[in-house]
Design a protein around this ligand. Structure first.
Ligand code: 2P0
Length: 328
């Protein structure tokens, strides 16, 4: 099944309902149980469910309008080269919603500080589908909106909500049961600390690394069982406010994801020597009874997980840590 067929199933676009502008914000998100592996690459249907926490006011704001002749895309006020991979990916997605002979102007602003290593396709595609809903006056519910965001980028379906969010993998071949939903719980004391090591573009896109892992890693066969166990533990931890359980589950899940990448061929290694040094600092701090854990995505930068009460001790060890309060 194609993305165009899914969009046709979900939305009905009429020239007469178009508004002058659509404007939306969506938060970035960090997975505590990762999305790693697709059962359908065209529709970004995952092999397993995943669970994330959104980053509040840090994300993407998008203003969308119609224009003549060609798509115009700006990022933080700068015009983006239409032939580059960023613009092509957006334009191909916008093609799914295009009326004949009409073009889009997309103004995108990232509220994530440059270099924080958190800017991602997730908040970008989530904000874009929300702006499309407003501009084209699409009459759809939040479940369908999450499905549309997933067609842009898998993790984008989680960025439609604040707080803890679960993306259920679903089973259907058309993916109509694969969308994200928010969990009711909040955890105001929870903090996320980003330890920046590099702003350099990563050597492998997460999309390619994910596909290579599922195609070549034998260890990957263990991943769905690991996720099932970790999701249950994370939901218990969130419900019972058991931070040690949340931290250890998230850390172990991230390390297992990286283990499957190391088992891929050719192998994928995102870590720098400094990445490993941070892991060791975290483990040393835990020996000294500081409740700090980490998670890491498809890149070298580490995200620390801790509670507000530990901020001073964290800042003492990690001098350039950027601290986020996901629940405001
Ligand atoms: C996650 N990642 O759950 C995992 C952990 C990276 C590591 O979601 O191909 O950019 O667009 O569906 O969403 C990054 O993958 O991939 C990702 P596509 P996406 O956050």
């Amino acid at each position: 099944m194609t993305r165009a067929e899914i969009v046709k199933k979900l939305v009905h676009i009429e020239e007469r309902s178009i508004r002058p502008q659509g404007k939306a914000f969506a938060p970035a998100n960090i997975a505590l149980c990762k999305y790693w592996g697709k059962r359908d690459k065209e529709l970004n249907l995952p092999i397993t469910s995943s669970l994330s926490v959104s980053l509040g006011a840090l994300g993407t704001e998008t203003v969308l309008s119609l224009t003549e002749e060609q798509d115009i895309i700006t990022l933080n006020g700068q015009r983006v080269d239409g032939a580059g991979s960023f613009a092509r990916r957006l334009t191909e997605f916008l093609d799914l919603f295009r009326l004949p002979g009409r073009f889009f102007q997309v103004e995108t602003i990232n509220t994530i500080p440059t270099g924080a290593g958190l800017a991602s396709s997730a908040s970008g595609f989530a904000a874009l589908v929300c702006a499309l809903r407003e501009l084209l006056q699409l009459n759809i519910d939040s479940k369908s909106l999450s499905i549309l965001a997933r067609l842009g980028s898998g993790s984008a379906c989680r960025s439609l909500y604040n707080g803890f969010v679960e993306w259920r993998a679903g089973e259907l071949t058309d993916g109509m049961d694969s969308y994200a939903e928010p969990l009711p719980d909040s955890w105001p004391e929870m903090r996320l600390g980003v330890v920046m090591l590099t702003e350099k573009e990563k050597p492998h896109s997460s999309r390619d690394a994910m596909n290579r892992t599922t195609e070549t890693s034998l260890l990957y066969k263990q991943w769905p069982g690991k996720v099932e166990k970790d999701l249950l533990a994370l939901k218990t931890a969130i419900r019972e406010k058991d931070f040690a359980l949340l931290g250890k589950t998230a850390e172990s899940n991230a390390l297992a994801m990286h283990a499957t990448m190391l088992d891929a061929w050719p192998p994928v290694l995102y870590w720098l020597p400094e990445t490993i040094a941070i892991f060791k600092h975290v483990w040393e701090l835990r020996e000294q009874n500081v409740e700090v854990y980490f998670t890491i995505d498809a890149g070298p930068n580490v995200k620390l997980l801790f509670l507000q009460s530990e901020i001073k001790r964290i800042e003492k060890v990690f001098k350039n840590v950027y601290i986020i309060a996901p629940f405001g």
